[in-house]
Design a protein around this ligand. Structure first.
Ligand code: 5AD
Length: 367
């Protein structure tokens, strides 16, 4: 049998190799995997970590995803919607603090009022953030769920930034049975196929396309995670965001348990490192959920090959109502505290924060 040290040197990986990497628990083997993923990131995407300032502008959601704390049927969470000015101000704050890009996220809605609101917000952010440093304005990542091709196109046009436009839409798991089990959508079969169609539509509309999965979902196997990586390849993604599955009080999965935290952290880091080795030139975000599991969880993500981080710049007053999972960090932190703290902790990983740049995916540039 091949050793971990032999496997990590490869550039092509069999399913068996991938599953071996995902199952690492021995500390020496884990250290070999970690260093290999970090070095592969340095060689392919460089030494930089890019900021995406995350603005969670509404927790109103029409879906009922069973794992999620802001699902429609959770009536214990007060719903909010930031107004246009507040969102635009947060974006301007990001630009003034040299963030090259932001991510606009909310619960999933498809009504025309919402769609036009987003269009308007995008136009204004663009107008207000074009500068000599950012000639195309802030880079924008949208994370607004499944929409139609026409809506993706409308938003793309409004963003005014053809080279810094991205969309994040996780497929959560490539196992169709597990996907349907998680999404509690009677009458909406083939949910996973629709999700893949949405990702194809995003590509057609000109976005850099990001997706990802949750790691450690009850019932998920290592074979499923291996298949998830194969699906990242098949979808030819530019960016990946993935993090541990964490139970949430407001969710509908309390009976199904969660992995023990240490093992879950290990598995999450193995998944990140393995993905970096298999698809070296993509952007991989260090998910905030890593930090919910462990102090410095995101820094560990960076040490295992992540090169993007999404500091939460949502105004503090509404943050506590955007808890997708329990123990979500930074609920009480002001955006300005974040900068100083993060800069330090990222440097402690040997990386540099890249300011005033869009930080597009190398994989996308290489197309
Ligand atoms: N644990 C971890 N991640 C979660 N998400 C939603 N609920 C949870 C949870 N309980 C993730 C999903 C979604 C993203 C916005 O947040 O993967 O795509």
């Amino acid at each position: 049998m091949k050793t971990i040290a032999e496997i990590v040197k490869q550039t092509e990986f069999s399913n068996e190799d991938i599953i071996r990497l995902l199952s690492v628990t021995d500390p020496e083997e884990a250290a070999i995997l970690q260093k290999a993923a970090y070095d592969r990131a340095t060689q392919t995407v460089g030494n930089n970590v890019y900021y995406r300032g995350l603005i969670e502008f509404s927790n109103i959601c029409t879906l009922d995803c069973r794992y999620c704390g802001i699902r429609k049927s959770n009536h214990n969470v007060p719903r909010y919607e930031l107004d246009k000015n507040t969102i635009v101000e947060a974006a301007i704050w990001a630009a003034q603090n040299h963030y090259g890009s932001i991510c606009l996220q909310s619960g999933e809605r498809r009504d025309p009022k919402f769609i036009n609101f987003v269009t308007d917000v995008l136009r204004t952010i663009h107008e207000k953030t074009v500068s000599p440093e950012l000639p195309h304005g802030l880079g924008i990542t949208l994370s607004l769920g499944e929409q139609t091709l026409e809506v993706y196109q409308q938003w793309a046009q409004a963003s005014g930034n053809p080279i810094g436009l991205r969309y994040l839409l996780r497929f959560e798991t490539s196992n169709p049975k597990l996907f349907d089990h998680l999404h509690n959508a009677p009458g909406r079969e083939k949910g996973l196929e629709r999700r893949y169609q949405a990702l194809a539509d995003l590509r057609q509309a000109g976005y850099q396309v990001g997706s990802g999965v949750m790691i450690g979902i009850p019932g998920q196997t290592l074979e499923d995670l291996c298949q998830d990586i194969r699906t990242f390849q098949k979808l030819d993604l530019d960016m990946i965001g993935m993090g541990p599955y964490i139970t949430s009080d407001g969710a509908d999965m309390l009976g199904e348990g969660m992995m023990e935290e240490k093992a879950l952290m290990r598995l999450s880091l193995n998944m990140i490192a393995t993905t970096r080795l298999v698809i070296p030139d993509i952007n991989i975000a260090a998910a905030t959920a890593l930090h919910a599991l462990e102090e410095n969880g995101r820094e560990k993500g960076i040490l295992h090959g992540c090169n993007v981080i999404m500091p939460n710049i949502t105004p503090r007053l509404v943050r506590k109502n955007y808890q997708l999972y329990a123990n979500k960090p930074f609920i009480e932190q002001e955006p300005s505290d974040t900068n100083h703290y993060l800069q330090h902790s990222i440097q402690s990983t040997g990386r540099e924060v890249a300011l005033n740049v869009l930080g597009s995916s190398k994989h996308w540039k290489n197309r």
